[in-house]
Design a protein around this ligand. Structure first.
Ligand code: ADP
Length: 334
């Protein structure tokens, strides 16, 4: 049979008993120290330093987002942890197991949900999970096929051919597959790329459910909304470097700026020169958005300037800054 069973979860030869991980690393699900990866030059592709010696510690029990633009190095990082890419230098450990010293235990401690929906269409979800459990050496009596399928809302599809599953169900099946060996850490690589908004929320609920039952979740994403909605801790990675790693609230509090949204009574074609001193823009819907720091500038002063510039104010509101503002500020071209 030439079925592709392995994809992103490399088989381990025997199942690792739940050994206690080294105590000193007990707080972290994943730890990287000056982790570096240089892809060698090939053909006319120059060598690429995808990870520039990153330090990252992901606490146990967190829902952690690795957020960054395309090409930032997110997949390289998780593929090193999963044993799919060989690091150039530095160190990494999963659940306290160093990937060099205890590679099998490190791999047994994570399940990776790949981006691609590559599931053999002729197997049923129950068969997919049974085979994956076999690959990981999970003894028959310890398999939890139906329990995992139920947790992912696929109980009634257990015996349906995978080809009859919708995109959202396939994605949930991949999450289920990554959970068969009961890893304490689940890594989701861009879990909702190309998934419509309703399915995205559904998948978030399932992921939250797994987290509530004790699994540490790490997800890579370039959707700010996803990191903001789902995660308690966020690392932003850009061009192979970690530019910040902090609890979500702390990250959001970094930006003290607010936005004042002014809807002119009559449309404004361009910003009057008198407002050049404000951080203002005209939005596509015609509203003026003015960024300001409440500690420095009062709303009344700004409104006065707008009135003096000849704009009649129809309506006003304010907006808090969001993760997008933080993200743009931290990953601005330099
Ligand atoms: P992300 O997952 O954040 O989009 P990647 O880890 O995939 O980023 O890529 C980081 C950088 O490394 C990119 O510039 C990418 O082109 C490069 N890269 C990734 N995989 C390879 C590879 N197998 N060979 C050469 N360069 C690669």
């Amino acid at each position: 049979m030439a079925h592709s069973l392995a994809d992103n979860n490399p088989p381990v030869e025997t199942r690792m008993p739940a050994e206690p991980a080294p105590q000193k690393a007990g707080r972290f699900a994943i730890e990287a120290r000056t982790l570096r990866k240089v892809y060698k030059a090939s053909g006319n592709q120059p060598a690429k330093e995808a990870l520039k010696g990153i330090d990252l510690a992901i606490p146990r029990g967190s829902i952690f987002a690795l957020l960054g633009p395309n090409g930032a190095g997110k997949s390289t990082f998780i593929n090193i942890l999963a044993g799919l890419v060989i690091k150039t230098s530095g160190a990494a450990s999963v659940w306290g197991f160093d990937i060099d010293v205890n590679p099998r235990q490190a791999r047994a401690s994570i399940g990776v949900v790949p981006q691609e929906l590559n599931i053999d269409p002729f197997f049923t979800p129950a068969e997919v999970l049974e085979m994956q459990a076999g690959l990981y050496g999970v003894p028959k009596r310890e398999r939890r096929t139906m329990e995992i399928l139920a947790a992912m809302g696929l109980e009634d599809k257990a015996d349906a051919y995978a080809r009859t599953l919708s995109g959202g169900m396939r994605r949930r099946l991949l999450v289920a597959k990554a959970m068969v060996h009961n890893p304490p850490v689940l890594i989701l690589d861009e879990p909702t790329a190309g998934v419509d908004i309703e399915l995205r929320r559904q998948l978030w609920d399932y992921v939250k459910g797994l987290h509530a039952r004790g699994t540490t979740i790490v997800l890579t994403t370039h959707y700010l909304e996803e990191a903001e909605a789902l995660c308690d801790t966020i690392a932003i990675i850009d061009r192979g470097e970690v530019v910040c790693c902090e609890p979500k609230e702390q990250l959001l509090a970094r930006i003290s700026d607010k936005k004042l949204i002014v809807r002119p009574a009559a449309p404004v074609a361009a910003l009057p020169a008198a407002l050049a001193g404000l951080k203002a823009e005209i939005r596509p819907d015609g509203a003026l958005a003015i960024q300001y720091n409440p500690a420095e500038t009062g709303v009344m002063a700004i409104l006065g300037q707008i009135g003096a510039a000849g704009i009649e104010i129809g309506d006003i509101s304010t907006e808090e800054s969001d993760l997008e503002d933080v993200f743009l500020q931290l990953t601005a071209p330099h």
